[in-house]
Design a protein around this ligand. Structure first.
Ligand SMILES: CC(C)CCC[C@@H](C)[C@H]1CC[C@H]2[C@@H]3CC=C4C[C@@H](O)CC[C@]4(C)[C@H]3CC[C@]12C
Length: 319
């Protein structure tokens, strides 16, 4: 980590909105408390007006970064005032040091991407208007759809599952690589990169037969999980990784921004309300009507296989 005393010498200009005052401050290390206060003063009103979940997300994000910092995995993120140093990253002469700095920035990039994916997906899921009932299954599962700007149709499945949010988090996030064992629509899933405990870059390959007429796809995604009080949120979106560009053998599709919300039932905390936003660009040249039929079908299938997986885990809960 950079040492603070050498770190803090910056010249910034602050333009006061009500006047034409433009002045420069030159802050030495002894002015650190004042600088921190200044930054907090700027951000505090935003924090106050934030919704509960956003605040939890911010706190979790902060913790994640602190966790990585304490393990020496990252230096200060680009937006941190503690990073305004006299020495630019590029001026570092030691190549090993340069490499560590680049890695650190990459981790922060993925952390933020995961966060953003979840927030964007939650905004879509929680939006009030435009939802249309797409299908209602006899077991109570429902799928709503909505057309977003750009003519993208997204699907929101709601179901009740026989497992706590914690158990589902374990199956859907922690043991993601085992998904092909219980879901025949998935050929394989690999975690290519972990960033802290709650964010990862994953590569997913669907089975040849998964989308019926759609054909096999691969996905490269950022996956992020967040726990707040009793709920668990899983977010994801398409991302890039230098070491895994689109492959010849697959059409690379894009999943997200997408999310899953796992919420315990009020009277039965061992059961969960499951909300899944499917927001997928399957790519390739396919009639939109075909895609819009295959996607809700894929959601129904997924839920069916997930239920079977849960039933093998708790045979006494089978209904
Ligand atoms: C319609 C055709 C092209 C695709 C069919 C397979 C679909 C349904 C598969 C392919 C990749 C899969 C996703 C892979 C990874 C995750 C992350 C996990 O935390 C929740 C489930 C979720 C989000 C899967 C949902 C189902 C999924 C989207």
């Amino acid at each position: 980590m950079e040492s603070l005393s050498s770190a803090l010498s910056f010249t910034g200009s602050i333009k006061l909105s009500h006047g034409l005052l433009l002045f420069a401050i030159s802050a030495g290390a002894n002015m650190l408390p004042a600088v921190v206060k200044l930054c907090c003063g700027i951000s505090y009103p935003h924090l106050r007006s934030m919704a509960g979940l956003q605040r939890a997300a911010l706190a979790a994000f902060g913790q994640e970064i602190a966790h990585l910092q304490s393990r020496g995995q990252i230096s200060h993120p680009a937006w941190s005032p503690l990073r305004w140093t006299r020495h630019k990253e590029s001026e570092k002469t030691d190549p090993a040091e340069q490499r560590t700095a680049a890695l650190a920035n990459e981790d922060v990039f993925y952390l933020r991407q995961g966060e953003e994916a979840l927030n964007e997906a939650l905004d879509i899921v929680e939006s009030k208007d435009g939802w249309k009932l797409e299908m209602a299954e006899t077991n109570g599962d429902v799928i709503y759809s909505k057309v977003l700007r750009g003519n993208r149709k997204v699907f929101r499945l709601e179901a009740e599952l026989d497992a706590s949010p914690e158990e589902l988090h374990d199956i859907l996030f922690v043991r993601l690589e085992e998904m092909h064992e219980w879901n025949p629509n998935i050929r394989r899933i690999r975690v290519l990169k972990h960033v802290g405990r709650n964010t990862m870059v994953t590569h997913e390959v669907s089975a040849e037969t998964a989308g019926n007429l759609i054909g096999q796809r691969d996905f490269l995604s950022i996956r992020h999980s967040l726990k707040s009080e009793s709920c668990v949120y899983l977010g994801g979106a398409a991302t890039q990784l230098e070491s895994l560009p689109p492959q010849q053998e697959f059409v690379r599709a894009e999943d997200g921004p997408t999310c899953i919300i796992l919420q315990p039932l009020q009277d039965r905390p061992d059961r969960s309300h499951f909300i899944w936003l499917l927001n997928m660009d399957v790519k390739g040249w396919l009639p939109q009507s075909l895609v819009n039929k295959a996607l809700p079908r894929a959601q129904v299938d997924f839920t069916k296989h997930l239920r079977r997986r849960l039933a093998t885990q708790n045979p006494e809960n089978r209904r």
